[in-house]
Structures are given as C-alpha cells and as structure tokens.
Design a protein around this ligand. Structure first.
Ligand code: UDP
Ligand code: MG
Length: 333
C-alpha cells in the first residue's frame, strides 16, 4: 500500500454546474482551502452545463485567480449525468472527485476520500447519515426506490443514501468511461464497474443558494431510468402475465366448446365468437411475451457494455498487458 507521506500524483475535482452563479464563489473558496491543506497536487475542473445565468463568467473569474482551475463549457444543457461524464473524460488526475457545486456535498470531506484512496480503495463514496432539509415524501420515495433496486439488481449492489459525491481511482474512471450508454443512470454505473468500493459517512446539508432543479416529475423519470436501464424485470413480468392470461383464455375457450357440444347453447353465434376472441387474444399475448424476451436481449446487447473488468491478473507468463502492479508489490510476492 502507498504511504501518506511523499505521495505524488494529481487529484482532479470535477464540478458539474448549471445556473450556480450565487454559490460558485463560496464553493470555490471552501474547496480551495481544503485543497491547499492537501499534500497532493490538484486540478479543479468546472463543467458549465449550458447555464443561462452568469455561471461561466464566474468560472472565468475563478480561473483568473487560481491556476488550478480548468473550465469545460458544454454547448447546451445536457443534464448532470452527461456533464459529469464529460468532466470525468477531461480530468487528468490519478484520482477524480465528483462533487456538486451547491455545497450540499461538503468539500471538507475530500481529504477523507483521498485517505481511503491512498489506502487502496478504487471507489470511495460519501454516504449521508441524515437528510436534513428534505421532505418526508422524498425520504420515503428514496427508501422504496433503493429497496426495489436491491431486489431486481441482484449482483450489483447499489449502496443506499449515496449520491454522486465520490472519489474514483484512475482505473475506475477509465472503466466507467467504457460504458457508453445514452441513458446514464450513474448510481447504477458506478456500482456496476466493481473494484474495491467503500463508503464514508457524512451529513448532507440543505442547498446553500439557488434552487434544486429536481422536482417530483424529474425524480420519477430518474427512478424509471434506473429501473429500465438496469433490469429487464418489467419485461419479464409482461411475458409471464401474458402466458398466464393466455392459458386461462385457452382453458375457458375449451370449456365453451365442450358446453356447446354437450348441452348446446341458446345464444346463436356466442360460442364460436367467444372461442375466436379468446384464441386470438391468447395467441397475441404469447407472442407479445416472446417479442418481449427478444427485446430484453436486444436491450442488453445495444448497451454494448464491456463484459467485465479485471482487478488484477497474476500469471507466471506476465506479458505487457498486465498492469496495475508496482515494482514494490511484485517484490513482495
Ligand atoms: N447540474 C448540472 N446540470 C443540470 C442540473 C444540475 O450540471 O442539468 C448540477 C448542479 O449545478 C449541481 C449538481 O448538478 O452542481 C446537483 O444539482 P441539484 O442540486 O439541482 O440536484 P440535487 O442536489 O437536488 O440532487
Ligand atoms: Mg443539490
């Protein structure tokens, strides 16, 4: 493991910002204070996500006063997930911290994140202990959302009470950037790449200034994104529901035919009509289910995710592809 002292390297801080002109100066001041106290060099990458206020101008002023600042200006508002991805792609650091601009994520936690990274963790996420300034409804919906995701996404564990505030090692960043899907459900993607991950508890503060761009409609869409980009479970339900309904249609159709043959039916045309309706309905449901199964597979294929990431590869025939081992570590083996 790497020791604290003499630790060389670059730490990138990625900050997606959309209409944050009021908070940015305060944010930068607090961040700079924290970074000054660290021994490791830092790069501060502000991502302007098509702000409609003076955010970009504020960034430029900060840039003029602080050599560590870099500005990535997107052509329009793409949403936080994309802004964050763009930032990760342009960050040069050996470790990258993603943090909100609105001071809900305390920059003072960064040294703690860095410490864990230096101890060998690839993903250090900040975990809220308490949600201050948030409504009961938001807490409640968040709780159920995680419960649901836990049930459907069996292998990938998405930690609770965790936002995007976290530190990623270089190999975690490189892995994450290989996931190119359009609907970027970041909480899921962060968890999906694997590698040693650990949580650091903290208190999340209410928004400092400006207002949250999240309303319930967006929250709902966010949940939908999470469910539909990480599971084909709803599609599976549709298949089984279709099969079961089709089974009952066929059973009922047979009963009508038998009744007609044994006792006759006083209503003319009813048995044949009913049998045709049930038969067609049943056939359609079965085929919808089959289409659903294919659709689910296509959905998985179109994401074009890598199949796996390797944490380390230990073989007597190490070739130039082997990576991630320092001379010191090899010595010890
Ligand atoms: N953000 C962004 N693009 C957007 C919306 C938000 O880059 O379209 C940034 C925003 O400036 C902030 C972070 O994402 O730094 C979190 O946004 P917000 O505080 O609105 O979300 P919440 O804290 O409610 O999750
Ligand atoms: Mg916020």
């Amino acid at each position: 493991m790497i020791s604290d002292i003499n630790f060389k390297g670059l730490l990138s801080i990625v900050i997606p910002a959309f209409n944050e002109q009021e908070v940015l100066p305060t944010f930068h001041e607090r961040l700079a204070t924290v970074l000054d106290a660290l021994t490791i060099d830092a790069e501060i990458l502000y991502v302007n996500d098509g702000s409609r206020d003076g955010t970009l101008e504020v960034m430029k002023i900060l840039r003029a006063h602080d050599k560590r600042v870099a500005i990535l200006d997107l052509s329009r508002n793409f949403g936080k997930e994309i802004a964050m991805t763009a930032g990760l792609e342009h960050a040069r650091g050996d470790a990258v911290v993603v943090i909100d601009a609105d001071l809900q994520d305390p920059p003072e936690l960064i040294p703690e994140l860095v410490k864990h990274w230096q101890q060998g963790w690839d993903m250090v996420y900040a975990q809220r202990i308490e949600r201050r300034g948030e409504t009961m409804v938001k807490k409640f919906t968040a709780y159920w959302f995680y419960r649901f995701m836990q049930r459907v996404g069996r292998r990938v564990h998405i930690p609770e009470n965790v936002g995007d505030f976290r530190l990623l090692s270089r190999r975690a960043v490189d892995s994450l950037l290989q996931l190119r899907e359009q609907h970027r459900f970041m909480k899921g993607l962060f968890a999906w790449i694997g590698f040693p991950q650990i949580g650091v508890p903290y208190q999340r503060d209410p928004r400092f200034a400006g207002r949250s761009t999240w309303d319930y409609w967006r929250l709902w869409n966010f949940a939908l994104d999470g469910i539909t980009s990480f599971t084909t479970t709803p599609l599976k339900w549709a298949s089984y529901l279709g099969l079961i309904t089709a089974f009952f249609s066929f059973a009922y159709g047979s009963i009508i035919v038998l009744q007609k043959l044994l006792y006759g039916n006083p209503v003319k045309g009813y048995p044949s009509l009913m049998v045709v309706v049930l038969f067609l309905g049943g056939i359609q449901l079965i085929f919808l289910g089959i289409i659903g199964e294919y659709l689910g597979r296509m959905f998985d294929e179109t994401k074009r995710r890598p199949l796996y990431f390797v944490s380390s590869f230990d073989s007597p025939h190490q070739n130039s592809h082997a990576q991630g081992k320092s001379a010191m570590e090899l010595d010890r083996e």
